[in-house]
Design a protein around this ligand. Structure first.
Ligand SMILES: NC(=O)c1ccc[n+]([C@@H]2O[C@H](COP(=O)([O-])OP(=O)(O)OC[C@H]3O[C@@H](n4cnc5c(N)ncnc54)[C@H](OP(=O)(O)O)[C@@H]3O)[C@@H](O)[C@H]2O)c1
Length: 274
């Protein structure tokens, strides 16, 4: 029996974390979302059965007060058991830089600045606040694991090897997240026995490109071509179910004692990103 807090459980990979983790009735799963009512409805409609082990709380990564409130609500729910796993899954995958290289960001400067700030607030600063607010609960838990869902696109060696030029701001935000995770490990890893680990979920089909324009489909095709050159076994995106199973296997294997603290690995537990 474990207590999990997972952010961004409204859809995509986060909803799949919620689904898999709450299948075991002995687990307690607390999901943080921006729209609590909509997610509660989705849980009731799509997961069905008894999900009384699921609690949905409001928490917006761009709003510190809401995260503080979510941590306080979590403390009331879990009591002395604390939190075993904090899974920082929520993230902003912005569209403004998704289909172009850095040079495409030289126009509309105000918009680029605004959307970059929002991306960093969500993917970096918001995560930093989340970790600080939940560390006291993690200290009380038995397992003591904090997992940041990052992305292989933030790996410099991968960018250099593949010449993957799209999504520069998103990639930079995930690289910054990885660094913050390493800093938390520096403070709490060996001293407190808390594992802080960044894991990329692989390339996962969450329906993001369903309404893409022909130009965007073209860019995506180029990206897939680079992935095939990087990893000839690559057959396309994996399902959320496959990704979550793999990510869970990695965090189960990982420990501070075995030297995983502050690391950044893929769903395969390595630097192989797809
Ligand atoms: N899918 C992939 O191929 C892939 C690859 C590498 C990494 N990732 C990472 O995996 C994680 C999940 O991504 P996904 O593909 O499942 O994306 P998604 O379907 O867009 O889900 C993103 C989740 O994050 C939440 N979120 C966004 N901004 C937020 C904020 N300010 N405060 C709180 N929650 C917020 C969303 O909530 P709302 O419903 O309120 O918008 C949603 O629940 C992300 O960290 C992403 O960077 C995904």
């Amino acid at each position: 029996m474990s207590v999990y807090v997972v952010t961004g459980v409204s859809k995509g990979i986060g909803f799949e974390f919620l689904r898999q983790l709450s299948e075991d009735k002995d687990n307690l799963v607390i999901g943080l979302v921006r729209n609590k009512t909509a997610t509660e409805t989705k849980v009731a409609e799509e997961l069905g059965g008894d999900r009384s082990n699921v609690h949905i709380l409001h928490g917006d990564l761009t709003n510190y007060a809401s995260l503080k409130e979510a941590a306080a609500e979590t403390a009331k729910i879990v009591g002395d058991r604390g939190v075993d796993y904090l899974v920082a899954n929520a993230g902003l995958v912005p569209e403004f830089d998704a289909f172009g290289p850095v040079s495409a960001l030289s126009d509309n400067i105000d918009q680029v600045d605004r959307l970059t700030a929002e991306t960093f607030q969500t993917n970096v600063t918001g995560q930093l606040h989340l970790f600080n607010l939940f560390v006291p609960l993690i200290k009380k838990g038995k397992v003591k694991k904090v997992i940041a869902i990052s992305s292989g696109v933030g790996d410099v060696d991968f960018i250099n090897q593949t010449e993957m030029d799209v999504a520069p701001i998103y990639a930079a935000s995930k690289a910054a997240l990885n660094l913050i995770v390493a800093k938390f490990n520096a403070e709490y890893g060996k001293k407190e026995g808390i594992l802080f680990l960044s894991i990329s979920p692989g390339l996962v089909d969450v329906g993001r490109y369903e309404n893409s324009t022909p130009e965007q489909v073209n860019v995506f095709g180029g990206l897939v071509g680079k992935l095939v050159a990087y990893a000839p076994h690559f057959k396309g995106p994996i399902t959320p179910e496959e990704s979550v199973k793999a990510v869970r296997a990695v965090w189960e294997e990982a420990s501070v004692e075995e030297g995983w603290g502050g690391a950044f690995v893929s769903h395969l537990g390595s630097k192989q990103w797809v």
